[in-house]
Design a protein around this ligand. Structure first.
Ligand code: SAH
Length: 233
């Protein structure tokens, strides 16, 4: 729809749509100003294929290639809030993301001022593109091509872990890589419907009593494929 209009008009239209989207997110309950500010400052269109730029500020998930999707802005905002990052000093928080995808979620964390962001992706071409985008925006994110169901052991423990693909269960490795007080936010369920969980490590040790689980509403994510996720195919 915006393909044949001058650049200036296009960016004005996108800005207006962005303002409306931020209002929509507020009305749906997103309250953390740092999260809303980050969504305002990161150009989501740069994380999308050219043909979808006109849809960047609609509250929908969109295809990014390799059968994967960039999450809905509401989902990104809601999950970021659930990470309960320490407002007083975001720079101290060490965060791991599983499923770099387009790099948008990582960019939101970087825009909030986080400086210790680690992100893992299993599809090589998605990771390469995401790295290029993040670099162009001057955002420092440590990335790695690997099976994220196993976490990133060398960099553990993490204050927060966000999984942006759906798992049949909580991958043990991820729970074990949480710092004391650390939060793991992830969708768990079937391949077509999941609930969001926040798992907080409340004690040292690996027994179930070391963790507290909270459940949030229904969402739909692409599958987490790996050793402690869904099998390929
Ligand atoms: N956070 C992304 C959303 C991408 S969708 C964004 O902001 O764009 C989820 C991503 O998880 C996909 O790119 C998919 O390839 C990836 N993924 C699925 N299973 C994975 C695994 N075991 N390890 C790492 N990444 C995985």
């Amino acid at each position: 729809m915006l393909d044949h209009v001058p650049n200036f008009v296009r960016s004005t239209v996108l800005e207006a749509q962005k303002t409306a989207l931020l209002e929509e997110l507020r009305s749906k309950g997103i309250r953390q100003e740092a999260v809303l500010r980050a969504l305002k400052s990161v150009p989501r269109e740069l994380f999308l294929p050219q043909a979808l730029h006109g849809k960047a500020y609609t509250n929908v998930s969109l295809p990014i290639g390799a059968g994967q999707t960039i999450s809905q802005p509401y989902t990104v905002a809601f999950m970021t809030e659930l990470l309960s990052l320490r407002k007083e000093d975001f720079t101290k928080e060490k965060v791991l993301e599983i499923g770099t995808g387009s790099g948008y979620q990582a960019a939101i964390l970087a825009a909030m001022g986080l400086q210790r962001i680690y992100s893992v992706e299993r599809v090589p071409e998605l990771l390469t593109e995401a790295q290029e985008r993040l670099q162009r925006l001057g955002m420092a994110v440590h990335t790695r091509l690997s099976d994220g169901t196993l976490g990133w052991r060398e960099e553990a423990p993490f204050d927060a872990i966000i999984v942006t693909a759906a798992s049949p269960d909580v991958p043990e490795a991820l729970a074990q890589q949480l710092a004391l007080g650390g939060r793991l936010v992830l969708p768990v369920g079937t391949k077509t419907q999941q609930k969001l969980y926040r798992i907080t490590r409340i004690h040292e040790g690996s027994e179930p009593e070391a963790f507290r689980a909270e459940e949030f509403q229904n969402f739909r994510f692409v599958p987490l494929v790996g050793e402690q996720g869904w099998r390929e195919g």
